[in-house]
Design a protein around this ligand. Structure first.
Ligand SMILES: NC(=O)c1ccc[n+]([C@@H]2O[C@H](COP(=O)([O-])OP(=O)(O)OC[C@H]3O[C@@H](n4cnc5c(N)ncnc54)[C@H](O)[C@@H]3O)[C@@H](O)[C@H]2O)c1
Length: 453
């Protein structure tokens, strides 16, 4: 099938490369010329495990371009996968979706085209996208696009750091459409994924026991809501265990053991029950806030979603409070942050806890040194207002430091020789933001070991 994907970010690029691997003819379009240039050279502009390897295998099936005119008219399916970042009031900024839909309308071909919202968009956006497309088509051609376009919703559930694997082996595929032609075309597109009939790439074997993928066929509003509700629930699960963790620390309970014991209940499950610095990334913060905005517009309050955001915020502040408890003041202290990305195996810094932590440390007068194996270049480019020192080597972070905070649990940080590095610090304090270091080993080596929460 001929597929055009608008936006080559984490979602658009991964989807495009995976569909090309499955044998579809894919055009990936982005307004960012530098990104497209890199992609033409076979060099993904984001860090995502297995993405480059899958791109190498799919080269004959995929092209990269900046022009809608050269990619939309022939497409059977057009995915909108542009960003929907939060605005200052918490509602999603739909500028990029509008611009994409408008240009799709201008370049619609002569045959029926299915346009799909893969971007996370507020509930009801499908109808709006259709109106934008129709208006643009009318303006350019002076006639109606009614019979030329169908709009559907197909939310994305991939996780950064395992985006390729999640796309080839998803938990479910959700399709929201009123028009059966939209639904049928999308089912046809995804058939190799749904039935798992494709040969997996050699570097990413099919998980043992992986079954055909569950398909949810529904109306657009339900499809759009599934995405928001799923993210709100995942965010809530983490905040819930963190709230329990705050009390656990006061009453002398071990939150790791508590979480393990709670997660053994099959109704609850162990995933997303890790206490620590909390969630970040491009989705949970933005999507919970978008959900609250929609609820407000409909006169509904959502205290549970609101509380999960508040608890998450507290976790970031706790780092500063713990360091203040030790040092009294952070003025002139050297505090090092191990990790920048919001989780390991990604270079994404959107809503990363480190941003708030670094800002607060600087406000307290601390000298801040940071390291990250994948996100450092992006940090330098996007966060130039945060005057921190970037180290090439994580061991440098211990030199003369008054505290080291483990922000992102990259494997290489866990493998550091922590005992040997202790003597390089001025004051050997470790704040383990992810509860992954071994307390006994660190205490035996002479560290003051602190955990979040
Ligand atoms: N990142 C995730 O983990 C994730 C997971 C599920 C869903 N989503 C949703 O998917 C959407 C995309 O997220 P992302 O993380 O891939 O975003 P991103 O910011 O990484 O990428 C968006 C891309 O769209 C491009 N773009 C902007 N306007 C354009 C236009 N008019 N035409 C063509 N390209 C345009 C940008 O240049 C950018 O490359 C968002 O709505 C997000 O909420 C993201």
């Amino acid at each position: 099938m001929r597929v055009t994907i608008l936006g080559t970010g984490y979602v658009g690029l991964t989807t495009g490369v995976a569909l090309a691997y499955l044998g579809h003819e894919v055009a990936c379009v982005d307004k960012d010329e530098a990104k497209i240039e890199r992609l033409k050279q076979g060099d993904p502009p984001i860090y995502e495990p297995n993405l480059k390897e899958l791109l190498d295998l799919s080269k004959g099936q995929i092209r990269f371009l900046t022009s809608y005119a050269d990619s939309v008219p022939d497409a059977e399916i057009v995915f909108i996968a542009v960003g929907t970042p939060p605005r200052a009031d918490g509602s999603p900024d739909l500028r990029f979706v509008r611009a994409a839909a408008d240009e799709v309308g201008q370049y619609l071909g002569k045959r029926y085209t299915v346009v799909v919202n893969k971007s996370t968009v507020p509930i009801g956006s499908g109808k709006w996208v259709r109106l934008v497309i129709q208006a643009a088509y009318f303006e350019r051609h002076g006639r109606d696009a009614d019979e030329l376009v169908g709009v559907g919703s197909n939310p994305e559930f991939l996780r950064e750091s395992s985006a390729v694997s999640d796309t080839l082996f998803p938990d479910r595929i959700v399709i929201g459409a009123d028009d059966p032609r939209v639904r049928d075309r999308l089912v046809e597109l995804y058939r190799p994924l749904i039935e798992q009939t494709f040969e997996p790439p050699p570097f990413l074997p099919r998980p043992v026991g992986f079954d055909p993928v569950s398909l949810v066929l529904t109306d657009p509003a339900s499809s759009e809501m599934i995405k928001y509700a799923a993210n709100a629930f995942l965010a809530l699960k983490i905040s819930f265990i963190n709230e329990i963790g705050i009390l656990a620390a006061k009453v002398g309970a071990n939150i790791q053991t508590v979480a393990a014991g709670v997660g053994m209940d099959k109704r609850i499950g162990p995933k997303f029950l890790q206490a620590g610095l909390g969630w970040g990334g491009s989705c949970f913060g933005k999507d919970t806030s978008a959900l609250l905005t929609t609820a407000f517009e409909h006169g509904v309050s959502m205290p549970i979603v609101r509380a999960s955001r508040e608890v998450n915020w507290r976790m970031r502040v706790q780092v500063i409070e713990k360091l203040l408890n030790v040092h009294g003041t952070l003025e002139g202290k050297r505090i090092s942050l191990l990790g920048l990305a919001f989780k390991p195996e990604t270079d994404d810094l959107r809503d990363a806890p480190v941003l708030e932590i670094a800002r607060r440390l600087l406000d307290h007068g601390a000298k801040v040194m940071v390291h990250d194996p994948a996100a450092a270049a992006r940090f330098l480019r996007d966060q130039s207002d945060l005057k921190v020192e970037l180290a090439d080597d994580p061991e440098m972070l211990f030199e003369g430091a008054d505290g080291v905070v483990l922000v992102t649990e990259w494997k290489q940080y866990l493998a550091l020789d922590w005992a040997a590095l202790r003597s390089r610090m001025r004051v050997p304090v470790v704040v383990d933001g992810r509860n992954v270091l071994d307390r006994e080993t660190l205490e035996a080596a002479g560290y003051l070991y602190l955990r979040i929460p």
